[in-house]
Design a protein around this ligand. Structure first.
Ligand code: SF4
Ligand code: SF4
Length: 319
């Protein structure tokens, strides 16, 4: 344990191996001891974001780091956007007690690509770790790493109650490779301690696969630049999250959506998706399916459970 901490602390740039992040130059450095690293983990309710942050915190603690982890729940419910925060420091206790707004490392557990708003949280020189097989052609002042976490989870038999592959532990394997390459054994210990005998073996296998298969993506000239944040006129601002001031009918959870499902001609109106929709936003009316976008939060469960090819697909919500 001690050797990992000393290695990280002895070389200030060494903790985020190969990234060249120099903590002393970051905004906010000096408010603690200047070496605390901050991670933002994002995803959707039900994808294991909070569990991932807790396991990673346990991992860093086992490796001898000071560590802090806590989640942020907005309106709860499966499929809603979820964030979890992690701080770790090789040398000193962490005294910050507020949520991570700008991060050195962004981990997106969800297979859906991160929004520009989320990417803007990454500090210059930081790292973005994606649950993704294909290239993410998005240029920013950060490095991108990809791991096929959903495929690993599928192959390892790690599925949610709806049958979705849970890529969270494979993402942690990738994080260890990128951040503490000598620390995989600590992750394996933390996963085994948390998961229990029934599912520990397959999750450890997923962690190892994530560790082995993560790749760093090279920037290309044609990558889309990160747009500057648009100026928001508050009078016309679209609500980011529903505010619970009334009963559930008054909570227009459609305001959470980055993507929304679109029904196609292949849909045979079997209504299986309506059975699984956590918002009751799909219904069969007069014999055919309809989606209420006022309440659809864009979780994508309907697309996953649909047994008919090309019957329903998630698309970006029009601006
Ligand atoms: S989208 Fe799929 S699950 Fe839903 S009604 Fe159509 S065929 Fe059935
Ligand atoms: S309609 Fe689909 S995407 Fe929308 S809330 Fe229901 S399951 Fe989620």
């Amino acid at each position: 344990m001690r050797d990992l901490r000393e290695a990280a602390h002895g070389s200030r740039a060494g903790l985020l191996t190969g990234l060249g992040i120099l903590p002393d130059a970051r905004p906010g450095a000096g408010t603690d001891d200047g070496v605390v690293q901050e991670m933002l983990i994002v995803g959707r309710g039900g994808e294991g974001v909070v569990l991932a942050s807790q396991i990673l915190a346990d991992t860093f603690a086992r490796a001898g780091f000071w560590v802090q982890s806590f989640p942020e729940f907005k309106a709860e419910r499966r499929g809603a956007p979820i964030s979890a925060f992690l701080r770790w420091d090789a040398a000193s206790p962490i005294h910050r007690r507020y949520k991570v707004q700008d991060c050195d490392v962004l981990v997106d557990v969800s297979p859906a690509p991160p929004s520009d708003d989320v990417l803007r949280a990454v500090r210059p020189g930081g790292l973005v770790v994606l649950n993704r097989e294909t290239r993410f052609a998005h240029g920013g002042a950060f490095e991108i790493a990809r791991v096929p976490a959903a495929r690993i989870a599928q192959e390892s038999g790690i599925l949610s109650s709806e049958g979705r592959p849970m890529g969270n532990v494979a993402m942690l394997g990738a994080c260890m490779k990128l951040l503490v390459p000598d620390g995989l054994r600590f992750l394996e210990e933390a996963v085994a301690a948390r998961m229990g005998p029934a599912s520990a073996a397959k999750n450890v296998q997923a962690a190892r696969a994530g560790y082995a298969s993560v790749i760093r993506q090279r920037a290309r000239a044609g990558d889309t630049a990160l747009e500057p944040a648009p100026e928001v006129r508050h009078a016309h601002r679209r609500a980011l999250f529903a505010v619970s001031t009334t009963d559930s009918l008054g909570n227009h959870t459609g305001g959470w959506s980055l993507d929304r499902p679109v029904l196609r001609d292949a849909c045979n109106d079997c209504a299986l998706c309506a059975l699984f929709c956590p918002e009751g936003a799909i219904a069969r009316t007069d014999g055919s399916m309809a989606i209420d976008y006022l309440y659809c939060k864009g979780c994508g469960i309907c697309e996953v459970v649909c047994p008919v090819k090309n019957a329903i697909a998630m698309e970006a919500v029009p601006a």
